[in-house]
Design a protein around this ligand. Structure first.
Ligand code: FES
Ligand SMILES: [Fe+2]
Length: 458
C-alpha cells in the first residue's frame, strides 16, 4: 500500500529494519538537502560547462581503465575526458602511470588509438621526440638546433595522479586531491564480498546521448520514472519502496527489491515475469504455494542452494543482496549496480564541447565463467553468445541510441533524456522540484555546488 505522508513513506522504504548499524544494508542517517529548485542553466550553459571543467573534472578522481587492460610494460589505454586526454600505461617497473596525452614540444596528441602497446616507449609523430614509459624525454630530434635555454624547459610528458581500487585505475589532475578511497567511500568496504578485483569486463557499449551528463546521472539516480517509462519491469521490481542512503562526498546508494512486484500493480498470483525469475533459479512456479511476497525469499533460498551445487560462494552476502539491486553512485559520474554475479556499471562523461551531449558507457563486469551452467542473470542484458571466459579484454562497442543497441531499457531513457534536455531550456522552467524518491539528485547537486562554489553566479 502506498504511504500516507513523507514520514510514513520514509519508514516504509527501510528494506531491512533489523539491520545493525555496521551491516552493509543498514539505512544511513537521513541527510536533508532540501527539495530544489535546481537551477536549469547547469544543464546547458557554456559557463557551467567551463566551470565544471575548471573546478570539478580537474579535481575529482576519474575512472580511466582496468588494470588488466594493460598487463604488460608499454601497454596503454587512451582515456578522454572532455577536452583532456590521457595515456594510462604500465612501466618497465610494473607501475601504472598516467600522462597527459600532449607532446611538450608543440602540443601534438601522442597517441590517437583507443589502446595499444609501445614497449619501446612513446614517439610523437609530428617531429619524432621520444619518451620513456615513465614519461622522460629520451630523444629530441636535431637537438643541436635548439638553443640551450630552450631545452631547459620541462620536456617530459606531464604526469597526472593515478591510483587503483579493486582493479579500477583512476586518474586525478589535482596534486592536492584527497586519496581515491575517500571518493569511493563506504563502497570500499561494501564491495569486499563481491571480489571486484577478480571480475572482468564482459561487455562495454558506448553511445553519445543528446543531453547534459547530469541529466543522465539524475535520471539513473531515481526509480521514480520507472513506472512511466519502463513499465515492463514493474512485475519484478518494487520501484516505489527504494531505500535511499546518502553518504559523505556526494556519494549515495539506492537499494531496490527485485523479484517483488511493484505496489503500483495489483495483479493477484504470480505474474509471468515472477514465474520466469523463479525458473531462472530452478524453482517450479506451478508447485509454489506462497503469496507474491514469498517469491523473493524463496528465490534467495534457492540461490543459496544452487550456489552449493555450482560451487559459488554466497556466504559473505545477505539474503537481500542475492536478489536486490544495490546501486552505488560514486560522485560525480559512476553508478554501480552491485550483484554477487557481477556489476552493471554506468559511466557518464561530458562531451568535449557541447553541454547538450554526453558520452554514456554501459559496462558489465562478471567473474570469469568456464561452467556453462552459470548463465549471466537476465538483468545484465548480455547477449547469449557473450564470451564469459574473461581471457581477452573486450573492445568498446560504439552504438547509435536511435538505432537501438543498448537494450530496451536504456533506449527508452536515451529518447526520454533528449526531450528532458529540450524542455529544461524553456524560459518557463524554474528548476527541479524533488520528492523523497529523488533525494539522491539533491545530494549530488549539493556536492556539485560545493565544488563550484564561488565559480558560478547562479
Ligand atoms: S609536437 Fe611532438 S615532437 Fe613536435
Ligand atoms: Fe530509466
Amino acid at each position: 500500500m502506498p504511504a500516507t505522508d513523507v514520514a510514513a513513506y520514509r519508514k516504509s522504504c527501510i528494506i531491512d529494519p533489523d539491520a545493525a548499524p555496521a551491516d552493509h544494508g543498514a539505512k544511513a542517517p537521513y541527510v536533508d538537502n532540501g527539495f530544489g529548485p535546481i537551477s536549469p542553466e547547469r544543464y546547458y550553459s557554456m559557463e557551467w560547462m567551463e566551470a565544471e571543467r575548471r573546478h570539478l573534472w580537474s579535481r575529482v578522481w576519474n575512472w580511466a581503465c582496468r588494470e588488466e587492460d594493460i598487463p604488460l610494460a608499454g601497454d596503454y589505454v587512451k582515456f578522454d575526458l572532455g577536452r583532456e586526454s590521457f595515456i594510462v600505461t604500465r612501466g618497465d617497473d610494473g607501475a601504472i602511470r598516467a600522462f597527459y596525452n600532449v607532446c611538450p614540444h608543440r602540443g601534438n596528441r601522442i597517441v590517437t588509438d583507443e589502446d595499444g602497446a609501445r614497449p619501446q616507449g612513446f614517439a610523437c609523430r609530428f617531429h619524432n621526440w621520444r619518451f620513456s614509459l615513465s614519461g622522460e624525454n629520451t630523444h629530441v630530434t636535431d637537438r643541436e638546433t635548439f638553443r640551450e635555454d630552450a631545452l631547459c624547459r620541462n620536456r617530459d610528458l606531464r604526469q597526472a595522479r593515478c591510483e587503483t581500487w579493486e582493479g579500477f585505475v583512476f586518474i586525478n589532475m589535482d596534486e592536492e586531491a584527497a586519496p581515491l578511497l575517500d571518493q569511493i567511500g563506504p563502497l570500499c568496504d561494501h564491495a569486499k564480498p563481491y571480489r571486484v578485483r577478480d571480475m572482468r569486463i564482459m561487455r562495454r557499449v558506448q553511445a553519445v546521448w543528446e543531453a547534459n551528463w547530469k541529466v543522465g546521472v539524475d535520471g539513473f539516480n531515481e526509480a521514480y520514472h520507472v513506472h512511466a517509462i519502463h513499465p515492463q519491469i514493474l512485475p519484478v521490481f518494487d520501484d516505489y519502496h527504494a531505500q535511499i542512503d546518502l553518504y559523505p562526498n556526494g556519494m549515495s546508494r539506492m537499494t531496490t527489491r527485485f523479484a517483488h512486484q511493484s505496489p503500483r500493480m495489483n495483479e493477484e498470483g504470480l505474474n509471468p515475469a515472477l514465474r520466469a525469475a523463479m525458473e531462472e533459479v530452478g524453482l517450479d512456479p506451478d508447485m509454489f504455494e506462497g503469496r507474491m511476497e514469498d517469491v523473493r525469499p524463496a528465490i534467495q533460498k534457492a540461490k543459496r542452494k544452487r550456489a552449493e551445487r555450482l560451487g559459488v560462494d554466497y556466504s559473505m552476502f545477505s539474503d537481500n543482496q542475492l536478489t536486490d539491486d544495490w546501486n552505488y553512485d560514486i560522485f560525480p559520474n559512476i553508478q554501480m549496480g552491485m550483484h554477487p554475479e557481477g556489476i552493471s556499471m554506468l559511466y557518464f562523461r561530458p562531451h568535449a564541447t557541447d553541454p547538450r551531449k554526453f558520452i554514456f558507457d554501459v559496462i558489465v563486469l562478471m567473474h570469469p565463467q568456464h561452467d556453462t551452467d552459470i548463465l549471466p542473470p537476465a538483468y545484465m542484458g548480455l547477449p547469449d553468445d557473450t564470451d564469459l571466459s574473461g581471457r581477452e579484454p573486450v573492445e568498446i562497442e560504439h552504438v547509435d541510441w536511435r538505432k537501438g543497441g543498448l537494450g530496451e531499457l536504456f533506449d527508452q531513457d536515451a529518447s526520454l533524456f533528449a526531450d528532458v534536455q529540450k524542455g529544461m531550456e524553456s524560459a518557463s522552467y524554474e528548476g527541479a522540484i524533488l520528492s523523497e524518491q529523488e533525494q539522491r539528485i539533491g545530494h549530488f547537486h549539493a556536492e556539485l555546488e560545493r565544488y563550484l562554489a564561488g565559480a558560478m553566479s547562479g
